[in-house]
Design a protein around this ligand. Structure first.
Ligand code: 13P
Length: 256
């Protein structure tokens, strides 16, 4: 089965609405309609409504960085799946490393967010990854299995088939230290095997699993050449249209 690669740009806490407009207006004329991969931008909440309007009817999709577990209510500062959908979001990150390790999202919270995203009609990109000391202690696969088991608790196969997974080793995020293509491939193969064991081989075979962590124009093609890597979740290098598009082009070469 051929899985269509996705290149996603997670802007994190960067860009005002004016900067978002400038980025999208620079990006769109350069996006090739024949592109061999899906393109996704993930701005901060304050830019989503504008980005949704600018990206409507283009080939570039919109995602959000997080969501609350409830559809509405007394949750000051929080944003629900329905609000994201109304801004034109089709995707949402769930369990990003910074949500887990900076904001303290527990496995139970991440599971509730995954289910809230699915219930709200959004496609979740479920993020997993080990810390450097866990890799050093050879606990990588145990950590991934734990995050997957907890995260997908009570998620049925019909729901899981719409989820994307992103493998983002914590030690590679924002550090310039990318996982080697072999390390990324091994971890993503492990994740795919976990999905096959938990659900079915065909669901696992169809699931898109991205790599994230210091993806740059100069390493994207080699990562994308690995058989189980279906694209990239890019942080820093997604903030400029030029480097984002270079990664898109590199991924296209890797895929071909
Ligand atoms: P960097 O590409 O800046 O390492 O960030 C990766 C990331 O966390 C994307 O979600």
């Amino acid at each position: 089965m051929t899985r269509r690669p996705m290149i996603a740009g997670n802007w994190k806490m960067n860009k005002t609405p004016a900067e978002t407009r400038a980025f999208i207006e620079a990006l769109l004329p350069q996006v090739d309609a024949e592109l061999a991969c899906d393109l996704l931008v993930i701005p901060p909440y304050t830019s989503l409504d504008l980005a949704g309007r600018l990206l409507a009817d283009t080939g570039v999709r919109l995602g959000a960085q997080d969501l609350h577990t409830s559809p509405s209510g007394a949750f000051t500062g929080a944003i629900s799946a329905g609000m994201l959908d109304a801004c034109g979001c089709a995707y949402v990150l769930v369990g990003h490393s910074e949500r887990r390790h900076v904001f303290g999202d527990s496995d139970a919270t991440v599971n509730a967010k995954l289910r809230a995203a699915i219930a709200g009609g959004l496609t979740p990109i479920f993020c997993v990854g080990e810390r450097s000391e866990q890799r050093a202690a050879e606990q990588t696969t145990a950590v991934l299995a734990h995050q997957l088991t907890e995260g997908f608790a009570e998620v049925a196969a019909t729901e899981a088939s719409d989820v994307l997974i992103a493998y983002e080793p914590v030690w590679a995020i924002g550090t310039g230290e990318t996982a080697s293509p072999d390390q990324a491939q091994d971890a993503i193969r492990f994740i795919r095997n976990w999905v096959a064991d938990q659900y079915t081989a065909s669901l696992a075979e169809g699931m898109r699993i991205l790599y994230g962590g210091s993806v740059k124009p100069n390493n994207a093609a080699e990562l994308q050449r690995q058989p189980d890597i279906d694209g990239a979740l890019v942080g820093g290098a997604s903030l400029e249209p030029e480097s984002f598009l270079q990664i898109v082009q590199a991924a296209g070469r890797g895929a071909s």
